[in-house]
Design a protein around this ligand. Sequence first.
Ligand SMILES: Nc1nc2c(c(=O)[nH]1)N[C@H]1C(S)=C(S)[C@@H](COP(=O)(O)O)O[C@H]1N2
Ligand SMILES: [Mo]
Length: 548
Amino acid sequence: MSCVNLTVVSQFGLRLNRLPVRRRMLDIMKDVNTSRLSVPVAAFVGLLSVAAGLGVGHLVAGFVSPTASPFLAVGGTAIDFTPIGVKDFAVRTFGTYDKTVLLLGMAVVIGLVGVAAGLMSRRSRTPGLVVILLLGVVAAAAVLTRPNAGLLDFLAPLAALIASAGTFAVLHQRGRASGVPAADGAAVGVSRRQVLAGSAVVAAGAAIAATGGHLLARRGGVEASRAALGRIVPRVPAPPIPAGADFAADGSPTFITPNPDFYRVDINLTLPQLSTQDWRLRVHGMVDREITLNWADLTSRTLIERPVTMTCVSNEVGGPYISTVNFTGVLVADILKEAGVARGADQVYTTSVDGWTCGTPTTTLLDPTRQAMLVIGMNGEPLPIEHGFPVRLLVPGLYGFVSGTKWITDMELTTFDAKRAYWLQRGWAQRAPIKTMSRIDSPGAFGKVGFDSPITGIAWAQTKGIDKVEVRVDHGEWLPAELSTEVNVDTWRMFRLRGRWEPGLHVAEVRATDKTGYTQTADRAAPIPDGASGWHSVRFTVLPHPRS
Ligand SMILES: Nc1nc2c(c(=O)[nH]1)N[C@H]1C(S)=C(S)[C@@H](COP(=O)(O)O)O[C@H]1N2
Ligand SMILES: [Mo]
């Protein structure tokens, strides 16, 4: 059969479908060295091949371990290696969506590599296969260097590589065998329709595999382990929250943050899946007696409940990463005393099951007034998985990155000289007490309000307590705002300033004074290394007065 003959047949693409299968196979396999893939087909073949690899890798990871997913492992590695400035920028620009942005960006970059692999292979498939092999090596390296990578984890990148290379080889051959892409009009054998159908199958397969992997990764039974706990009932419940604890009706946050609204900040692309059954906490290092606690050991201790306001150091002035809940847990100081802290152990170095680390001053954890806790409950529920299920650390008065270890499994008594925690290695501070701060919540930025809308918001100075909040409008006099009922010095306090404003554009500013007498500085500082400073200000418009 001659090429010319095939070209003719291909002009009646539909008829080609009816060729006997054996003939079609022969056509596919026949030597088509003279043909070249067209640019769009080459790009498409490359793109689909990497998609197939990512999908299959994600699926296999669903069976093996969620962190074995080549896509997520590369993402996790990217997070760990991101230069500080970029990470800072990402958090500032995208807020809590930074992970979505990262994953989307990665998908685009990997897709482009796939496209390039395709374009390099218009004549021969070898360059494309080499690029895919390199991608496989990068994926395997990322997967195997993740903290706690298991031996079987290599199966996921291996499957990804096989799927990707296999797809590439088959689609490449089909593409070249089809008349459509033959730029020189030389080779024909498979219809455009067949190539498209094959591609659609690959694309759908990749999507299904990825979704399957996603669902499998969540099957870990951890949600069941959490549900089995029911409500968390403290031995010493928190006093009821007094009625005047917020000005929510006037636009402040509610005093207690509902669990689903609690801010979330961590470096995790996949949530650690740690059941109460598997959970252990090892307390070791510079101690008299090493202790290992399991879930029963921990929860048979006195469970106390306290409302505490947690804050993230990444907040810009006026930022959103602050929330308050009733935390239930066990006092850390008691456990440390049981282990017996050796002289000179100035750092408690905690590690999460996924390898994230955190350094907290030992004196802070031992301080009885601080009431640092190993937390198991939030607002009466077991910790949500994204907030550290089954156990996290909570230290009032310290930013989360030096105190809030989620999914905590290891507590080592050591020195600040000996060990440097995750964010310290990335340019953030070693010690980071929460700065006295305030934020205007209503009016919102560039909001439009009535002439008598109160100005409300929050102020916080954990461990010290808020003494006074002042607001000024249009750089006028500082006016003392009304304060909500204080719940305890470790929680936020709401403020409200009533007034009547002229129609038009205004600016409101706020500053808080804590009970040590310190008033928030006007000097603006960036979040890195130890927290932002400066007064929050909001521009807003007062609508024309209603005339009657
Ligand atoms: N294991 C782990 N714990 C972590 C983090 C993390 O990335 N991994 N982030 C910390 C930071 S920076 C903050 S502000 C708090 C946030 O806790 P949340 O997500 O429950 O609000 O958790 C801390 N604990
Ligand atoms: Mo944070």
